[in-house]
Design a binder for this molecule. Structure first.
Ligand SMILES: Cc1ncc(COP(=O)(O)O)c(C=O)c1O
Length: 488
């Protein structure tokens, strides 16, 4: 972060100055920040939001050399020690699509990209758009909890040795459950093989901003970092950042990402989302004490969960997995199988009966996410879990399904997506090539992607997911996942 004053928020301040001027607004947005005729909108959101909701290309805001938006992006680049940072208004999903489309310009469409199989479905969308030909590396799998972790340096090295023509590599860290990969070793290996390493760090925006959270992947050698700032960075939903590191690939990567940013960003990016990124960056870079508050809350919750006879903390077992180098203290992953209910049931129960919203559930876990500056009412959470424990028999939930093995790879995703296809019933889909990406949500990791063969096990898992409270399958053509689109 160097000597830059990170308390500044130049873009957010420029919006405020604009809002406070008496401007006759004869431009979009059509609400014109008027008081008359916008009562429903301003009554709902407050007049300040309307006043700061501005069209792009305004002098003194986002147009002209050194404008406040450019300053805000430069401050973000300084905060992450990046060569360049882009502000995105369609989430880390956009960042993943940008990355895939950018990598295609490195010659990856002819040569493979080495990628972790448990990538978020937005990266698979990017692979389809860009026509990439992925070589998948399996993450380690925690079969007891039915979840994916990360990629170990040894399996990463083996994949690169087996695919000497690979042009780039892509991994995810941290996982949805807070498992952090050994990015330093992965980056060293990638660089030894002459290729850049992309890290989807959607869940680790706060990394590097406090000594007790893991270091930012960019400072450990990653070349590109996907960051879902709205997740734990405190910006508004759908705002995100993409960073390119200072390093051996920076010039080439900045050029191609600039091109693909234009291809994917709205020409009317929301000033509200952009301002929230400016403020979130400043809050992270100057907010060690806020992160410390969240860490203390996470620690307190973990302690209480450990002390509970029927609950346990998932990250306490992370030491068993070779790929996991650290864990994020702001993710509190709780094994609830001892309550005799599935994680989905527990999550829904907490929401409906106690108005406690947790982030993710699987068959036997729930994950609580604690944002910086947020002291958690640990008693409230534990009382709710205690009540549930009292109401339910002491036995493990019975209907857990293991993660299904990946189906055989038959066609590159883009070819399968655009191939002639038909919709068939589930039973008839077994042994056929999927034309769609189907991802059980949460967490949204594709169980099958275009070009892979359906198996009975995959279909059973998808159908099991949609039966769970809060479970759905992204990309499914029917709510019950009883029909699928297959290549003819
Ligand atoms: C690993 C990972 N990458 C990317 C995304 C997409 O992020 P966003 O919701 O900001 O588009 C998610 C969303 O959950 C994710 O978990």
């Amino acid at each position: 972060m160097g000597t830059v004053d990170q308390s500044q928020t130049p873009y957010a301040d420029a919006l405020t100055r604009y809002a406070e001027r008496d401007t006759l607004r004869l431009n979009v947005p059509g609400h014109n920040a008027r008081v008359e005729g916008t009562q429903r909108l301003s009554g709902y959101f407050g007049q300040r939001i309307l006043e700061r909701d501005l069209t792009p290309f305004l002098p003194g805001i986002d147009s002209g050399e050194g404008n406040p938006l450019a300053q805000a992006r430069d401050l973000a680049a300084a905060a992450w020690d990046a060569e360049k940072t882009w502000f995105l208004t369609n989430g880390a999903s956009q960042a993943n699509r940008i990355v895939a489309l950018a990598l295609a310009q490195l010659g990856v469409s002819q040569q493979p990209i080495i990628a972790q199989r448990s990538a978020h479905s937005s990266f698979i969308d990017g692979i389809i758009l860009a026509g990439l030909s992925p070589v998948w590396i399996s993450p380690t799998i925690d079969h007891h909890h039915g979840i994916n972790h990360g990629v170990s340096p040894a399996s990463f090295e083996a994949a690169l040795v087996e695919n000497p023509n690979a042009r780039a590599a892509y991994v995810i860290s941290p996982s949805y459950f807070g498992a952090v990969a050994d990015i330093e070793s992965l980056a060293n290996i990638a660089h030894r093989h002459g290729i850049p390493l992309v890290v989807d760090g959607a869940w680790g925006t706060h990394f590097g901003f406090h000594p007790d959270v893991p270091e930012s992947p960019l400072r450990l050698g990653a070349d590109v970092l996907v960051s879902s700032t709205h997740k734990l960075g405190g910006s508004l939903t759908q705002s995100a950042m993409l960073h390119v590191a200072k390093g051996p690939f920076s010039q080439q990567l900045v050029e191609i990402i600039d091109r693909t940013f234009v291809l994917t960003q709205s020409t009317s990016s929301s000033s509200l989302l952009l301002a929230s990124l400016d403020i979130a960056r400043s809050a992270l870079a100057t907010g060690e004490s806020d992160i410390a508050t969240a860490i203390r809350s996470g620690d307190a919750l973990r302690e209480r969960v450990r002390a509970h006879p029927r609950l346990s903390v998932l990250s306490d077992d992370f030491g068993q997995f070779f790929d996991i180098a650290a864990h994020d203290p702001l993710h509190v992953s709780i094994d609830v199988s001892g309550l005799g209910r599935s994680g989905h049931e527990v999550r829904t129960h907490l929401m409906t009966e106690h108005h406690i919203a947790t982030e993710i559930a699987t068959d036997n876990c729930i994950v609580a996410i604690i944002g910086p500056g947020h002291p958690v009412d640990v008693d409230r959470m534990m009382n709710a879990l205690d009540l549930l424990a009292r109401d339910t028999p002491s036995e493990s939930s019975k209907d857990r399904l293991d993660l299904p093995a990946v189906g055989e790879f038959r066609m590159i995703p883009r070819d399968a997506y655009f191939a002639p296809s038909e919709v068939v019933d589930a039973a008839a889909a077994v042994g056929r090539i999927s034309a769609d990406t189907l991802a059980a949500y949460p967490p949204g990791i594709p169980n099958i992607m275009p070009g892979e063969l359906f198996t009975g096990e995959i279909i059973e898992f998808l159908q099991h997911t949609v039966m769970q409270p809060g479970g759905y399958v992204r990309g499914s053509i029917t709510e019950k996942s009883n029909q699928f689109r297959v290549v003819i």
